[in-house]
Ligand binder design. Structure first.
Ligand SMILES: C[S@@+](CC[C@H](N)C(=O)[O-])C[C@H]1O[C@@H](n2cnc3c(N)ncnc32)[C@H](O)[C@@H]1O
Length: 260
């Protein structure tokens, strides 16, 4: 390990596609995360919801207030709490000590940190996000030393990692924000090892008429895509996932699967 680059970032660099490796590691890591975008060249926001993620105000209130409140609104009153969401992620990802896990669109690292604890010192949890302000928060909220948790600034729709780099890929509360979610799913499949697990929490339409109307309104006002009830499960099966499971609640769905 070099003197200035945290061990987890050194380990993450080894997982990058050759073409994605930064020219100067010191410059690319000066904010504490590995910046593969540089400057303000983030993927263009897909709508108001996505634009909010790039502000400085939202990351400060995101984990404590924003995410639980918005999550409750879209999951419905009987939907899982945040603690239960963490439990669902744990269940679907089935991580063990020593595993590598990628948290796609990690925001302020609210799930990444927990994955780091689960995979332990011999494992690696990598969070990738395009927002500088979210990643700054993630760095601030992740206790040092960064031996096994690293953050990368990059595009979720064009993952910069080599094939079969991770045992688990998590993507919670973000797929519906991407400009090309199905290309993102191609990458999820590509970067997983055979037998690797995916866990997704995203939007879902519903067969109940009032909720379907609400979904249309939410989608139109926010720029978020509302997926059909079988769209994500079908897309995973087409990409070679087995044991595809789904739990729908309110205007959302949790989906898991295992790469064959
Ligand atoms: C609602 S937050 C989700 C954070 C966390 N996963 C959670 O479940 O609370 C959505 C995140 O997706 C990120 N994001 C959206 N589009 C992205 C893209 N194309 N590449 C990388 N990150 C993206 C945003 O910057 C934001 O941090």
């Amino acid at each position: 390990m070099s003197a200035t680059v945290p061990a987890a970032i050194e380990r993450t660099l080894a997982l990058l596609d050759l073409a994605a490796r930064p020219d100067g590691v010191a410059g690319a890591t000066r904010h504490g995360y590995l910046d593969l975008i540089g400057g303000d060249d983030a993927p263009a926001p897909t709508g108001p919801a996505q634009r909010l993620m790039l502000t400085t105000a939202l990351p400060a209130i995101y984990e404590r207030w924003w995410r639980p409140a918005l999550g409750r609104a879209v999951k419905g009153v009987l939907g899982p709490s945040m603690a239960e969401e963490h439990r669902i992620a744990r269940l679907l990802l089935a991580l063990s000590p020593g595993d590598g896990v990628l948290d796609v669109a990690c925001g302020p690292g609210n799930f990444t940190r927990e994955f780091g604890r689960t995979v332990g010192d011999t494992g690696l949890a990598v969070g990738i996000d395009a927002s500088q302000t979210m990643l700054a928060r993630a760095i601030g909220d992740t206790p040092e030393p960064f031996n096994n948790v690293a953050y990368v600034r990059g595009d979720a729709v064009a993952l910069p990692f080599r094939d079969a780099s991770f045992d688990g890929v998590c993507c919670f509360a973000a797929l519906h924000l991407f400009d090309d979610p199905f290309t993102a799913l191609d990458h999820f499949a590509r970067v997983l090892t055979p037998g690797g697990r995916v866990a997704i929490f995203t939007s879902s339409t519903t067969r109940t008429l009032p909720l379907r109307l609400a979904a249309g309104a939410v989608g139109a006002g926010s720029g978020m895509r509302i997926f059909g009830t079988d769209e994500i499960t079908g897309a995973l099966k087409v990409r070679g996932f087995r044991d595809v499971r789904q739990r729908r609640t309110g205007l959302t769905q949790f989906v898991g699967g295992r790469k064959a």
